[in-house]
Design a protein around this ligand. Structure first.
Ligand code: GTP
Ligand code: MG
Length: 287
């Protein structure tokens, strides 16, 4: 399996920018992808945010396996981390998050009040990997399309302050990835979920990784979406590795000239389907 290393220069700058911007904020809203809760968290963030209150939002929870989200949340809560599972596109996320913001800022407000400062706006940085839903969350909180969003990584290019009616100032930031993924599986998980541009990896490799994960932890899911009755596909981590994409392509009727199965098209469709939640609620980590 290839080891995905993706750290262009603008990511180094983004990290430096984050260090600077942290000086301006009272708290950090850290977004992780609920489908890959651990792999999508920047290992530097705890150190970068030292001393700041932090709220962990497990976003895209609507696409994730609820059991994994629950187990990860519980483990983090045990460590004293404040966690909210969310769907940034849904209005239902707004109230619990605003409540958490208000709670983690209670000490600061009290400190302000004692010094006679009233209603100073709270400043929060929204941080996380590319494509995790930072700008979408900000738009839901502000109730309008203030920040640009898109279904590919790298949409937000520079920071942007967005003011909410209640006196909360949110800082939208570009997604950050870290220089070295210690575990090669981390790169795979981030590429499959769409945090890393598809140009950085071979879609067929990503698709095969996803197929083997689905076959191991969500048996039957591929058959029910793509298969014919009673058909089982070859195992992506077995001797049939070279065959399974062709089988899936044939089942979908994706053929190239000369009636050869179109593996590349199948790989792209499978990744798109997964990212859109069409293969069901699936997480790519186990607790
Ligand atoms: N299903 C689902 N989709 C989401 C959720 N949050 C965001 N999205 C989608 O994910 C894609 C990325 O959202 P953005 O808000 O642009 O992500 P971002 O973190 O700002 O990305 P960058 O600016 O590239 O770092 C968009 O297509 C959103 O509609 C969610 O909770 N559930
Ligand atoms: Mg953005």
């Amino acid at each position: 399996m290839e080891n995905i290393q993706w750290y262009p220069g603008h990511m180094t700058r983004a990290k430096r920018q984050m260090q600077e911007d942290l000086k301006l904020v009272d708290l950090v809203i850290e977004l992780a992808d609920a489908r890959v809760p651990e792999s999508s968290r920047n290992p530097d963030i705890a150190e970068l945010c030292a001393g700041k209150p932090r709220i962990l939002v497990l976003n895209k929870a609507d696409l994730a396996d609820p059991a994994v989200t629950e187990a990860y949340s519980a483990a983090q809560q045990q460590k004293g981390v404040r966690v909210i599972a969310a769907n940034a596109r849904s209005k239902g996320t707004v109230q619990p998050l605003l409540k958490a913001v208000s709670e983690v800022c209670a000490a600061k407000r009290e400190h302000d009040r004692k010094r006679g400062i009233l209603n100073r706006p709270v400043r929060a940085m929204v941080a996380g990997i590319p494509n995790v839903g930072k700008s979408t969350l900000i738009n839901s909180l502000s109730g309008r399309s203030s920040a640009k969003t898109g279904d590919k990584p790298g949409v937000t290019k520079g920071k942007q302050w967005i003011a909410l009616p209640g006196g909360l100032l949110l800082l939208d930031t570009p997604g950050i990835l870290w220089p070295k993924f210690e575990d090669p599986q981390t790169g795979m998980r981030l590429a499959v979920t769409g945090a890393i541009a598809d140009t950085a990896a071979d879609p067929a490799e990503l698709a095969l990784w996803l197929i083997s994960w689905l076959q191991a932890y969500y048996p039957g899911i591929l058959e029910s979406r793509y298969g014919a009755e009673g058909k089982t596909f070859e195992k992506a981590d077995g001797p049939g590795r070279q065959v399974v994409l062709s089988e899936l392509a044939a089942a979908r009727n994706f053929v190239k000239k000369g009636s050869e199965p179109d593996r590349d098209r199948m790989a792209a469709v499978l990744l798109d389907d997964f990212r859109a939640g069409k293969t069901g609620r699936v997480s790519l980590e186990r607790m």
